[in-house]
Design a protein around this ligand. Structure first.
Ligand code: DAH
Length: 338
């Protein structure tokens, strides 16, 4: 009898030591201590014994029961602890690792230069204006005193959509739209995209311009010079020199192109300025009275000036960028520099 219990004890302890998980441990416990378990059945069988035997066997069996219950509990706790450690280890998070940096977007350098230019002219009293990129021939050429057979049309290789509709080749088209919708005084600045069939290291089929227009009573060429000198000094620096060169545009008379002292070599001559020491930055002139006829302005009463500059050109000079295509290639290493 005692032997039988000892055997059960040894087998059970051995089993407990080898069981790998909570489930098999719980099963083993049921097999020994459950309602129909070996030890339970044994205890139930005690009533068959004589009273003396029953007392001593009962004591032995109950002691074993208590011991095995304790061993099962300990084994369960040990397995639980192991399980918990394994879980913690698999979920380990090294909070001392440095974080992953999120890269922030930036304004494109051309939009930045555009905003800077608008800002400078806003400071000189100019208001923002806009017009469509798909434009009528009328606004882009006709009303700018450039009829269909005009030789000046050859200066710009136009992308036509239909006979009368085109991608605007110049923001000058907005001048007409603004004057058509309001009487003087007008003092506007208009940034925007323009399109021409042209591509090399200084030309892109799509580029950006800023157009300016100021029409009022008594506006003279002196005002034109004053505003453009103020702009160049503000944007490129107080010491940068500029010069006005006679030129021709169909919608201005007289016309002038403005050069600034080469910002790369300081005027001594280099590759960027073709050894001249000067760089052209814009076209300008007094609005031709012919243009006023298209917008019903009184040419006897009003005078004004206009100018147009290329944003890429300005950005290339301001930041020393040699190739216009860099603006459109979307190389983040280039774009991140600004
Ligand atoms: N629209 C001209 C161009 O794209 C630039 C220009 C010249 C604009 C003289 C003007 C101006 O407003 O007065 O070549």
């Amino acid at each position: 009898m005692e032997e039988e219990l000892n055997k059960l004890r040894a087998e059970t302890l051995d089993l407990i030591a080898r069981l790998p998980d909570e489930k098999s441990l719980a099963d083993a416990r049921t097999r020994v201590l459950g309602r129909k378990g070996h030890l339970t059945m044994y205890l139930r069988g005690l009533k068959e014994l004589s009273p003396e035997d029953r007392a001593s066997a009962g004591m032995l069996a109950n002691t074993l029961k208590a011991e095995l219950e304790l061993e099962f509990d300990k084994a369960r706790e040990a397995i639980e602890l192991k399980e918990e450690r394994r879980k913690l280890q698999s979920e380990f998070l090294d909070v001392t690792l440095s974080g992953r940096r999120l890269s922030m977007g930036k304004r494109h350098v051309l939009n930045r230069v555009r905003n800077e230019l608008v800002e400078v002219f806003a400071g000189l009293g100019f208001q923002l204006a806009e017009g469509p990129e798909v434009e009528l021939d009328y606004y882009n050429f006709e009303a700018l005193n450039t009829p269909r057979d005009h030789p000046a049309r050859d200066m710009q290789d136009t992308l036509y959509i239909s006979e009368n509709v085109l991608l605007r080749t110049q923001t000058s088209a907005v001048q007409i739209r603004v004057m058509e919708s309001q009487q003087p005084p007008v003092r506007i600045i208009c940034p925007g995209k323009v399109f021409r069939r042209d591509a090399d290291i200084t030309h892109s089929p799509m580029f950006m311009q800023v157009e300016g227009l100021w029409v009022d009573e008594g506006i003279s060429f002196a005002d034109l010079k004053g505003i453009l000198v103020a702009f160049v000094h503000e944007y490129f620096g107080q010491d940068v020199r500029l010069r006005f060169r006679p030129s021709f545009f169909p919608f201005t008379e007289p016309s002038a192109e403005v050069d600034i002292q080469c910002v790369i070599c300081g005027g001594s001559g280099c590759r960027t300025c073709s050894s001249t020491g000067w760089l052209e930055i814009l076209g300008s002139g007094m609005v031709d009275p012919e243009v006023y006829k298209f917008v019903n302005y009184d040419a006897e009463r009003y005078t004004g000036f206009a100018f147009g500059l290329g944003i890429e050109r300005v950005a290339m000079l301001k930041y020393g960028i040699p190739d216009i295509r860099a603006f459109y290639e979307n190389d983040v290493r280039f774009l991140n520099q600004f």
